[in-house]
Design a protein around this ligand. Structure first.
Ligand code: GLN
Length: 453
């Protein structure tokens, strides 16, 4: 713990942590020492972790990196972080993220950009770590924690993992409790770990996952020993390669990476089959209706009364308006506007209801290939390697949304998805592959991911 706290201090230039909790960390580490000495060690005893700022942490500033939550200190702990502490883990601090987890580059954070610890060969251009869990990914990659919590609504675990050469898994919807996570889009949000390798991700997910009476969408299924899946043979697994993920204009290096992943799995004894997921192209537009719709509702609670920031006004409505005008950043406001529009009378049927129907079709695409005997699906995790800070932030927002083109389908269908590093491009940047699994079959993803990494 002391070594990590010192490393965090030396690496503040990366802006990965928004709140450091050194005293709490040392207290927790001392309690760990005592349990170790008493022979009562938990499975994560003494392991120092970083927590995404989206997780409510009791008595510790929790802001989802939004100005509107200034000063908010929850009186409760999220179920997922409580599970980690119950297993002996130590909290180092809270990690930077896009505001309310809306973004793909960590540039929408109220606390500014996170710097990706990776750079292009011979270049001093600072790159984004991806988002929204950019702080989590950068901190793991730069060794500023042993592992980190993250969340994924449309790709926010897998895309930053791919951009930083780390491993991240979005479990099946319902595998982890969402209680105590600041809500973005409740039907899509899932907690998961970002870790140094597949084994660490498996160990962390085992601790994070649980059924929870405080989240009725969490599922009452036994949590398997995920670590036991790491290192198993992939012989006989059927891996689907969806033709719709071969995008026009995708950089050749992504195509080469995909081929390399296919070869690795084939050489290890897996069977590779071509598949079709015909509604893939509608996933991104449907996501950018469903996610903002749910966000506009979830974010209605920030009114200057119950949480954080309050900007006075001449009456209460004026106070609401002033608070929300000052407290939300541009991307969050854009999502609220889109969300209230697509839910409004007259537009609901044309946009929101239609997007929900598309969502069902996307889910059925996956059900069809799984029913035909496919065990998992292999795709690139992202359409490109990490890009420069500022390079896309000022462009058309839709260009930023395209980062999620391979990941949002998985959230729309509620499936598990693992991002695993699979090599470097010619400029020396990490590239990631994505494995998509059957519902609640994270084990197969850990087995296949370990064969690739
Ligand atoms: N980048 C996507 C968005 O901005 C996904 C974010 C996420 O998974 N939290 O909505």
């Amino acid at each position: 713990t002391d070594a990590y706290l010192a490393a965090m201090e030396r690496a503040r230039v990366l802006n990965a942590y928004v709140t450091e909790t050194p005293e709490k960390a040392r207290d927790m580490a001392r309690a760990s020492d005592a349990r170790l000495a008493a022979g009562k060690a938990g499975p994560l005893e003494g392991l120092p972790l970083g927590i995404k700022d989206l997780y409510a942490t009791e008595g510790v500033h929790t802001q989802a990196c939004s100005h509107i939550l200034d000063g908010f200190k929850p009186t409760y702990e999220s179920t997922v972080s409580a599970n980690l502490w119950a297993d002996g883990a130590v909290m180092l601090g809270k990690l930077n993220m896009d505001e309310f987890a809306m973004g793909s580059s960590n540039e929408t954070s109220h606390y500014g950009s996170v710097v990706n610890p990776w750079r292009r060969n011979g270049s001093d251009v600072n790159l984004v770590p991806g988002g929204s869990s950019g702080g989590s990914a950068a901190a793991v990659a730069a060794r500023l924690c042993l592992g980190a919590t993250a969340t994924d609504t449309g790709g926010s675990i897998r895309q930053p993992a791919a951009f930083t050469g780390t491993t991240g898994i979005k479990p099946t919807y319902g595998r982890c409790s969402r209680w105590g996570l600041v809500a973005f889009a409740s039907s899509l949000d899932q907690a998961g770990p970002i870790a140094r390798d597949v084994r660490d991700a498996a160990i962390l997910l085992k601790s994070m996952a649980s059924v929870d009476p405080k989240d009725t969408t969490s599922v009452d299924l036994p949590v398997p020993d995920y670590e036991a899946a790491v290192g198993k043979s992939v012989k006989g697994f059927r891996i689907g390669i969806p033709k719709e993920y071969r995008l026009d204009g995708m950089p050749a290096e992504m195509d080469a990476l995909w081929k390399k992943g296919i070869e690795i799995l084939r050489d290890a004894g897996a069977e590779i089959v071509d598949i079709s997921l015909p509604h893939t192209k509608y996933a991104l537009p449907a996501y950018y209706i469903v996610a903002p719709a749910e966000a506009s509702s979830n974010l209605a609670r920030y009114d200057g009364v119950r949480y954080g920031l309050r900007v006075p006004g001449s009456d209460i409505v004026d106070m609401y308006e002033n608070t929300r005008a000052a407290g939300f950043g541009a991307e969050v406001k854009r999502r609220i506007l889109i969300g209230t529009y697509v839910l409004s009378a007259g537009y609901y049927d044309a946009y929101y209801l239609r997007a929900q129907k598309v969502r069902t079709l996307i889910k059925r695409d996956f059900e069809t290939v799984y029913a035909a005997g496919v065990d998992a699906i292999l795709t690139p995790a992202t359409p490109s390697a990490a890009f420069g800070i500022g390079e896309k932030a000022d462009a058309d927002p839709v260009e930023m949304y395209l980062n999620d083109v391979f990941t949002v389908t998985v959230n729309m269908a509620g499936l598990p998805g693992l991002a695993v590093p699979a090599g470097l491009n010619a400029e020396g940047l990490p590239l990631g592959l994505q494995l998509i699994g059957r519902p609640f079959d994270e084990e197969t993803l850990f087995t296949l991911g370990a064969a690739i990494e």
